[in-house]
Design a protein around this ligand. Structure first.
Ligand code: GRF
Length: 204
């Protein structure tokens, strides 16, 4: 039997996308194995939720940005995943990890990039900015990860309406529902496509 590819999920907070991904794995909608959940935040709910699902969870050393990156590299080296999935991870990845995983790292952003992305654009800040700008459409973007926040090539976008009476919270909830539906689907497609590409390379 050929082994499924493996991936790790990086989170900083609540971990609702992480749960949607783990659910999809359990249902066989993602044909890859999650071998770890990693967080820079030891209080992250994501870590508790991962433990409850018997997924190995790792809390990074947050003494300094440098020690965080060293501990991240140690965990990644140990788990040696095929793919890295960011789900609400608020820190930049060290450049050597990005270089080591070309086109193998995905992130999800709760707006239509390139608008409303970049440093400081996370959580409710994004939805506040969308409402303040008077937009009537926002959305979800799934993209490759590079060394710059929210700048990698876009793999998928879905639009979500902004309603007249939306608060950042109500808008966030509408966007999140789409994130939970689409991220697992896009991850499966992305993994299958990357495997096909690798197979083609090996057989040519
Ligand atoms: C999501 O809105 C995601 O788009 C962004 O961070 C949030 C994470 O939420 N990158 P959760 O931790 O998955 O609940």
């Amino acid at each position: 039997m050929t082994q499924e590819p493996t991936f790790v999920i990086l989170c900083s907070g609540r971990g609702s996308n992480m749960l949607a991904i783990l659910d999809a794995c359990e249902k066989g909608h993602i044909t890859a194995t999650p071998t770890g959940v990693i967080s820079n935040n030891s209080n992250s709910l994501a870590l508790e939720k991962a433990k409850a699902r018997q997924i190995p969870s790792f809390s990074l050393n947050e003494d300094s940005p440098a020690s965080r990156d060293i501990s991240l590299k140690e965990v990644i080296l140990k788990l040696n995943p095929d793919f890295i999935i960011l789900a609400g991870y608020l820190k930049k990845l060290p450049s050597d990890i990005i270089e080591h995983y070309p086109d193998k790292i995905l992130n999800i952003h709760p707006a239509l990039l390139p608008e409303f992305g970049g440093k400081g654009m996370y959580g409710l800040n994004v939805h506040e900015a969308v409402i303040e700008a008077g937009k009537n459409v926002t959305g979800v973007t799934i993209h490759y990860v590079t060394g710059e926040y929210d700048k990698g090539a876009i793999l998928f976008q879905a639009k979500v309406p902004v309603l007249k009476n939306d608060t950042p919270e109500s808008l966030a909830a509408r966007v999140l529902e789409i994130e939970h539906q689409k991220y697992p689907e896009v991850i499966e497609e992305f993994i299958q496509n990357s495997l096909r590409k690798n197979n083609l390379k090996n057989t040519s």
